[in-house]
Design a protein around this ligand. Structure first.
Ligand SMILES: [Zn+2]
Length: 227
């Protein structure tokens, strides 16, 4: 089922036509196309934008810089600073005992040359913190997309379960087809929704509790969801 929906349209605009029926036009032509984040993980451009915004907030600049400086140079600098205390004097004594100029030469080499050489050899000198952060954000986007996919799958499973279908019917029968928010009598089944007063994401144990369920018209339900 989902296989057919997915593969053929990657990178192409799915909703290229303007949405005339809603009286509004689509906000952006590039907002709706499919993106392949990794194997079998496909989201629309607008979802990707939203996830990237979230990832951008969750990967703070300062922390990524700290990570960068620790792994790219900071760690090796620390090693050379500390080890220099024990090593510089003995080395300069080997070349020329008690010579101040040789001591300063070895000191300069130890604190300047060696860390740079090590960083250059490992290629870490060329890495930039902003690029490191971009990588962190990219992997965060994938993590968030996978999380989102799991939530959607779980939700689909729940709303198609016989338990939910049964409880939903009970609620509609006992509370009537009247919107609990705006008081409208609901005529069409399309407009009829049964809502979790305390959301399922926060109170999963109340998922099937009749006391936690209310009848809402579709408009009031989507208004509540938007909050
Ligand atoms: Zn309503």
């Amino acid at each position: 089922m989902s296989e057919d929906r997915r593969s053929p349209q990657i990178g192409t605009s799915v909703y290229s036509r303007k949405r005339k029926w809603s009286g509004k036009t689509a906000k952006s032509k590039t907002a709706n196309k499919l993106l392949l984040l990794k194997d079998n993980l496909i989201v629309t451009q607008s979802v990707e934008n939203r996830l990237r915004e979230k990832a951008d907030k969750e990967v703070p600049e300062k922390i990524s810089l700290k990570i960068y400086y620790f792994f790219n140079g900071g760690g090796s600098l620390l090693f050379f600073w500390v080890s220099g205390i024990f090593v510089v004097r003995p080395i300069s004594d080997v070349f020329s005992p008690f010579s101040e100029s040789v001591f300063w030469l070895v000191l300069a080499a130890w604190y300047g040359g060696l860390p740079l050489a090590v960083m250059a050899i490992t290629g870490k000198l060329s890495a930039e913190p902003s690029k490191e952060r971009e990588k962190l954000i990219d992997s965060k986007v994938i993590e968030l997309a996978e999380q989102r996919e799991r939530i959607i799958e779980e939700s689909n499973r729940f709303y198609s379960s016989p338990e939910w279908v049964l409880v939903r019917e009970q609620v509609i029968r006992s509370k009537g087809k009247i919107c609990a928010a705006c008081g409208t009598k609901i005529i069409y089944d399309y407009d009829l929704t049964v809502d979790h007063i305390h959301p399922r994401s926060k109170y999963p144990n109340l998922s099937l509790s009749v006391d936690n369920l209310q009848v809402l018209c579709r408009r009031c339900n989507s208004r509540k969801g938007a909050r």
